[in-house]
Design a protein around this ligand. Structure first.
Ligand SMILES: Nc1ncnc2c1ncn2[C@@H]1O[C@H](COP(=O)(O)OP(=O)(O)O)[C@@H](O)[C@H]1O
Ligand SMILES: [Mg+2]
Length: 363
């Protein structure tokens, strides 16, 4: 305890706010371990209430850790965004995320009650469903900067020193109130395929486990992965909250279509949603792909001189994405197989009703 107090004094005398905060947090951790949760919470509240965050983040940006060999920064510090894009999630996922935000926001209050729980969350699910966006959302909701470490680049380019770099990242994240965000987390496990790297990989995983275990209680850790099945079980177990971010369906699809059509485009969204079979086209397409499809259809619409997005272009690009083909006949059959009527296909694509009828007559 004396060490922490001395470091806080040093930090104060040398105007090093980061040091003051870092050691005050450690002091609070220690007090809390020793049972003085009330004073620990007092210290944390003081840190939270004092408006030093912006300058601490700026200071942290200058001192972000570097890889010793390449001299490149191994993390990116992202201040909490003032606003974030709307994310559409199913109600279970939404409530799990809100619960995590609440725990982080009220951690001092919980600590006073003796509920000093680890703030660790792993997000998993298919690519393009919102995991990275959720981490930014949590940063926005808690006002904490994200310390983003993309493990894919860390592991692939610097295998020899990855374990050391992981240590640096955790140390750095412990120095000031922040969220450590380990994106593309499976990159660590993927290296297992490479026989030469097995020894190194063990070191990396051990280093990760050690650092997670030694993580001070005030730290917030979020990891995201597209391949939970590749993760080391011991690493997986370390996360208190595990949240699956699923492909959208039903109500989420409707909300996403409205979101990506954009404001003032209710008419076009209504047209899409009221056309029989149309919603089936979006099944198995990730929100990220959906956004791209809508954006491209909007560009096309504008270039063609319409105010709205080009529905025919939207339909054709969905067909292309799903089938990788470019035949008009196959396109018509595809739309029909999804449940669109002959008339709807004619009205939305401009293809002649006669052609549609003759092609789909026996289907
Ligand atoms: N659930 C969602 N709701 C709204 N937009 C989404 C959603 N998921 C993804 N997007 C869009 O796709 C983009 C990429 O998603 P991202 O969060 O990077 O997905 P992941 O990390 O799961 O691969 C986002 O910036 C956003 O525009
Ligand atoms: Mg991502």
């Amino acid at each position: 305890m004396n060490t922490e107090i001395l470091r806080i004094i040093e930090g104060g005398l040398t105007n090093d706010k980061r040091k003051v905060i870092s050691y005050s947090n450690r002091l609070a951790d220690r007090l809390s371990q020793e049972g003085d949760t009330v004073f620990a919470a007092c210290i944390r509240k003081k840190i939270e209430d004092t408006n030093v965050r912006p300058s601490v983040v700026a200071d942290a940006l200058r001192n972000a850790p570097l890889d010793l060999d390449s001299r490149l920064q191994i993390v990116e510090v992202i201040p909490p965004a003032e606003s974030v894009n709307k994310i559409i999630l199913n109600s279970l996922t939404q409530s799990q995320i809100e619960e995590f935000v609440n725990i982080v926001r009220n951690s001092s209050k919980l600590e006073v009650q003796g509920l000093d729980i680890p703030k660790t969350l792993i997000l998993y699910g298919q690519p393009g469903c919102g995991k990275t966006s959720i981490a930014h959302y949590i940063s926005n909701q808690t006002g904490l900067p994200l310390i983003l470490a993309r493990l894919d680049s860390l592991v692939s380019s610097l295998l020899g020193s990855t374990a050391k770099n992981i240590r640096k990242i955790f140390d750095y994240a412990g120095e000031f109130p922040s969220i450590l965000f380990l994106d593309e987390f499976d990159a660590i496990a993927k290296a297992r395929d490479d026989q030469k790297e097995i020894g190194e990989l063990k070191r990396v995983i051990n280093s990760l486990l050690q650092n997670m275990d030694a993580m001070p209680k005030h730290c917030v850790l979020i990891a995201a992965t597209n391949h939970p099945e590749l993760l080391d079980r011991a690493v997986w177990r370390r996360f208190l909250q595990k949240v699956e971010v699923k492909m959208p369906k039903d109500k989420e699809l409707v909300d996403l279509i409205r979101l990506f059509c954009g404001e003032d485009q209710d008419k076009i969204a209504d047209l899409i949603l009221n056309t029989k079979g149309m919603i089936n086209l979006f099944e198995e397409i990730s929100p990220s792909d959906m956004k791209n499809l809508f954006d491209r259809a909007k560009v096309k619409g504008i270039l063609e001189g319409q105010n709205d997005l080009s529905i025919s272009h939207l339909l054709f690009s969905i067909y292309e994405l799903q089938n990788g083909e470019k035949s008009e006949d196959e396109f018509i059959l595809y739309l029909k197989s999804k449940g669109l009527t002959q008339r709807a296909i004619n009205e939305l694509t401009g293809i002649s009703l006669r052609k549609i009828k003759s092609l789909t007559a026996n289907k």
